[in-house]
Design a protein around this ligand. Structure first.
Ligand SMILES: Nc1nc2c(ncn2[C@@H]2O[C@H](COP(=O)(O)O)[C@@H](O)[C@H]2O)c(=O)[nH]1
Ligand SMILES: [Mn+2]
Length: 226
């Protein structure tokens, strides 16, 4: 990574969004879009839109951006609090917005790129691609591939839903894999067991034309929301 010699470092990775607030904003403006497009058949109501040349559309865009800054600020506070309590000063920080929309130029046109389950991977843009609670997460450098609109996969991705994971696995399955991989889990539900995700190494190999791996995190202590 620029400004950081090759070596072994202690890293803190936090991963969350606006914890529901952004979803409420989206719900509010989606309902407004539906009301403003009564001509749409009921079954297509969820495709209603707000033009960015309208007051409502501009307001939605500003509210969405605010939610992005709110999420980033939450991460900054978490990192400052943990670093402060350890008496450490971070040498390098990476903030990686994802599951978000951006106004960008592609092929000479200004477009809105909505990366859902995807993360920005523009040339020289640094990001993080997580695996699971026992598998590596990667610091990546985007290659700016126009074929993916300068995007990469956000994470390993699931092989089963949260509901299926809850039904299939027991606490003892999770404890077994944590012990085997030397990871201490402070809290976490069975819906996020490592077996519910794809193999992150295969996912990284499949997107070698989108990002270059510049660092690897090996999880040691993990805390999930619940
Ligand atoms: N480092 C960790 N990564 C994890 C963990 N559980 C899931 N994941 C990865 O995150 C994405 C999910 O992202 P989301 O924004 O959709 O919630 C998923 O694809 C996994 O690769 C974990 O405990 N630690
Ligand atoms: Mn995420």
């Amino acid at each position: 990574m620029p400004g950081l010699p090759e070596g072994t470092y202690l890293a803190l990775m936090s991963h969350s969004g606006s914890r529901g607030t952004g979803g409420e904003v989206a719900k509010h403006y989606s309902a407004l879009a539906r009301r403003l497009h009564p001509e749409l058949p009921r079954a297509l109501g969820h495709l209603a839109w707000l033009g960015l040349d309208t007051d409502e559309g501009r307001e939605y865009w500003a509210a969405m951006e605010l939610m992005g800054r709110y999420s980033a600020a939450s991460h900054a506070l978490i990192h400052a609090a943990v670093a402060g309590s350890l008496g450490l000063t971070p040498m390098r920080s990476i903030e990686n917005h994802h599951n978000f929309a951006w106004r960008e130029i592609h092929d000479g046109r200004e477009v809105i790129v909505h990366r859902k389950g995807a993360t920005p991977a523009g040339r020289d843009v640094y990001g993080i691609i997580p695996g699971t609670m026992v598998d590596p997460a990667f610091v990546v450098e985007g290659l700016g591939n126009p074929m993916s609109l300068c995007s990469a996969a956000h994470g390993a991705g699931r092989v089963m839903s949260r509901k299926e994971a809850l039904a299939r696995f027991r606490r003892s399955d999770l404890e077994h894999v944590l012990k085997e991989r030397g990871v201490r889990l402070l809290s976490g539900g069975l819906d996020e067991v490592p077996m519910a995700y794809k193999d992150i190494r295969e996912v990284m190999a499949a997107q070698a034309d989108l990002v270059r791996i510049r660092g690897t995190f090996l999880p040691r202590i993990v805390k999930m929301a619940k």
